[in-house]
Design a protein around this ligand. Sequence first.
Ligand SMILES: [Zn+2]
Length: 243
Amino acid sequence: MDIDNLAAQRIQSQLKSNYFELVKNEKGNNEIWINDVSLIGQKNENHLTDILEGWTACNYCYMAYRTHSKRMQVVKEKNYGLNGIHDHLKQCQLKSKISLTNNKEQNVQITTPSIHPKFAFNKKALPAKYKLKLKDAELKFVVASSHSFNSLENGGILNLIQTSIEIGANFGLADVQDIFYGRKTIREEALLKFNQYKNQICSLLDEPIQQHYVAGTDDIWTDDLMKRSYLDFTVFLLMMLTN
Ligand SMILES: [Zn+2]
């Protein structure tokens, strides 16, 4: 059994690295063959698939299970059948995750087809009052403040709101006017960060410049649509490898 277990883990990692592949068992009459379980195969040099005798794998996490021993026909040996993989499917974490997402997807698609699953699904249940309040605030952000709908899904704004939630969770209900920084402070912050970053790059380049290990090139181009001109300067840093 231990040897089987080791072999199973090796097969699993070889499935992940595409050394083996999942092969649909067309002849299988158990319903798990439909979506959950596959045979394991390997492409041979004639581009045909050789089936790895006596094994099956979970379609979700690739965990491999013995079905019967290779020599079963010759000697009466262990025959595990599909029990192992059946038991696995009941507790496969990837399977439950995927089927959960699929169910939600189906439910949602009836009303709102969406290309952004992370926003369409997995909503933690808020009380109806707060759902409405949040939707209203998001809508006003877009319509009244002339932001694109897309800006609602921008990582920056999500991070900003998540930070606010964290502050609320730690310090309780606060008035946004009392904690939020305005444009002047954030402009100073931008300049500060710019200088820090610039100094970092300068000190990184300091030694290579003195050793003449740095090459520079520039490029200038015009954007055809906006008729805007751009200039860029690229520094190539050549590191000397010393033994
Ligand atoms: Zn699994």
